[in-house]
Each structure stands twice: as C-alpha cells, then as structure tokens.
Design a protein around this ligand. Sequence first.
Ligand code: NAD
Ligand code: DAU
Length: 332
Amino acid sequence: MKRIVVTGGAGFIGSNFVKYILGLYPDYSVHVLDKLTYAGNMANLESCRGERNFSFQKGDICNKRDVDEACRNADWIVNFAAETHVDRSISSPQAFVETDVLGTYILLEAVKEFKIERYVQISTDEVYGSIDRGSFTEESPLNPSSPYAASKAGADLLALSSWTTYRLPVLITRSSNNYGPYQHPEKFIPLFITNALEDRQLPLYGDGLNVRDWLYVRDNCTAIDLILHKGKEGEIYNVGANEEKKNLDVVHLILAYLGKQESLIRHVTDRKGHDRRYSLNSSKLRKLGWKPEANFEKSLKQTVAWYTENVEWWKKIKGGEFQEYYRRHYDL
Ligand code: NAD
Ligand code: DAU
C-alpha cells in the first residue's frame, strides 16, 4: 500500500499515468494536486471520480500551503506539473520559470520536511537541446534552447543537488515526445489531427524536416512505473522508443489515415530557436527492464481514431481560450 501524490495529474501524461496506476495497483491510493491551468482538464480524470482510492485537490505547486496539504501523508510524489508548451514559453516565459523551477523547489522542500520515500521528477529530452547525429545519454551536457527547456533543466539541477546535498530520494525521467489520447490540441499531433478533421490548414513550421523521437504515452507510463519502483535514487533515466520521424512524414501519415488532401499543409514561419532533432539513448532504462510496446504507425492510427471518436472532448478545448491563442500565434 502506497499513497502517491501525482502533481499535474489532470494533464495529458499525468492523467494517463493516474489511470494506469489505479488499474495496476488496487491497493495504492492516488492523490492528484493540479492547478487546472488552461492545460488541466477534469474530463481527463472522469473515469477516476468516485473511486475509493482516488482523490483530487485543486492547488498550485508554487504554493507551500497547497503542497503541504497534499504531501503531508504521502509516501511517494511524482511531479508532472509544469507549463509544457514550447511556443507559449517563447511568448510568455514567466509562468514557466514560476511553475517549472519554483514549483519544483517547493515540492523538494516538502520531500525534505515530510520525509517522502521517493520523488520522481518528470523531465524532458529538451534539456539536452538539439543533436544532428547520434543520441543523448544521461551524461550528455544540458544545452536547452527554449525558456521551457531551460526551466525544466533548472528543475533537474535543483532535484539533483537535493540528492547530493540532503540525500533526498529523487529520481529523474527524461522522455522524448509523447503522443496518445488526452493530449491538449495545442501540441503538434493532436493539433494536426483535429485541424484536419475540421478541414483547416495544418501550420507546419519551417521546412517540416525537424525530427522528434515519438513515445506512445502508455509506454511512458510503464517506464515511470518501473523507475518509481525499481530506479536508483539520485539517477536520471532517458525514456525514448527509437521512433524518430520527420514532422512532414508524421503529417503525411495523419492525412492518409483521415483520407484528407495534402493541400491542407501550410508551411508557416519557423519556431524561434527550433531544435532540429531529438534522439535519446535509453539503454540504461532498458537494462532496468523496460521495453516500449507500441509501434509508431499502429499507435498513431489508434490516436487518430481516438480524436475522431472524441470530438466533444477536443471541441470544448478548442472553443475556449485556445481560439484567442491560436489567432495570436498563427495569424491564420
Ligand atoms: P500538460 O500541459 O498536458 O499538463 C500539465 C498539467 O500540469 C496540467 O494539468 C496543469 O493544470 C498542471 N499544472 C500546471 N501548472 C501547475 C501548477 N503551478 N501547480 C499544479 N499544477 C499545475 O503536460 P504533459 O504534456 O502531460 O506533460 C507532463 C510532464 O511531462 C511535464 O512536466 C512535461 O515537462 C513532461 N514531458 C512532457 C512530454 C510530452 O511530450 N508531452 C515529453 C517529455 C516530458
Ligand atoms: O521532447 C519532449 C517535449 O515534447 C516535451 O518536453 C514538451 O512538453 C512537449 O510539448 C514536446 O515539445 P515539442 O516542441 O517537441 O512538441 P510540439 O508538439 O510543440 O512540436 C513537435 C514538432 O512539431 C516540433 O518540431 C514543432 C512542430 N510543430 C509544432 C506545432 C505546435 C509544427 O510544425 N507546427 C505546430 O503548429
């Protein structure tokens, strides 16, 4: 029996993880602490409502009182809470520094104060920056390009230093790009699927030849689960599936699955500081026993089907604050 606090549990990966854990460990309890920013969505946790071992608290990881209330009786903490969209970090960086850096610091203070047994910091491959050839290992230097990536790198360093200085039981996961159900439609794959479903243009940055290493969200959940239970304190684990794809190739697949025309693709001004390629060496995690199950083409097809079947879920999001953001950002 473990009591796990999951911060950011109403977001994309967090909500997938909460459901995964509740399904696998009926004797564990999960307490979600989430600020419900524009990216947080209670609909993502609909199936957990009423479960005896699930609880939810609306709160901010930057607020010590909220964090103390959530963590006082916890055994483990998994921190997904973050501002996560690179484009928004370029136009409005402050929230990224606040939540991603200060919020992580407040959580680490709670780990110290309440003698938490294990703390997993959910980080990202973006802390390494871009790589033309080869793959990043956990020893690669940090070289973040965006305010988002820099804030996540700051959080990683705080977490690692709390292991060195106080021996706090922290572990770090650095995963590549996730895709799957419940991802906010501001992100590349769901944006392009839902725009295509609406016969709207697909705003592809630059030449569309940037490469991302795609990880199905369920495979990330199995990785985090393994690291939470079996990982070594003070260690970093890369999580990548070796499914590197050019953005343009992903778009072609999405259009083919939906039976839509390539004329929907619109090349738009490139993202500032756009990382060309991400690639992770995950052999350390594989040695611990992890293996991704998903095949990219098959899981992308399933993801396209999920968005096709869950129009109400994404229409609600695209109809709100998002419309204003979209107009401002894309000018389309
Ligand atoms: P998301 O944007 O879908 O969800 C983030 C969640 O955090 C939301 O529910 C939001 O309400 C909550 N949140 C934001 N600020 C908060 C605060 N101050 N206090 C409490 N809650 C707050 O994000 P995601 O894509 O699910 O990413 C989750 C984590 O995984 C992040 O830490 C991100 O950096 C990391 N990550 C994501 C990816 C990816 O491809 N999505 C890849 C690698 C790492
Ligand atoms: O690599 C892990 C990271 O993946 C996570 O840490 C971030 O939280 C997550 O948002 C994601 O960052 P990216 O910037 O790689 O993802 P995004 O979905 O924003 O973009 C993926 C690729 O698609 C990237 O090369 C930019 C491109 N793109 C994106 C958008 C939103 C477009 O061409 N057009 C778009 O409109």
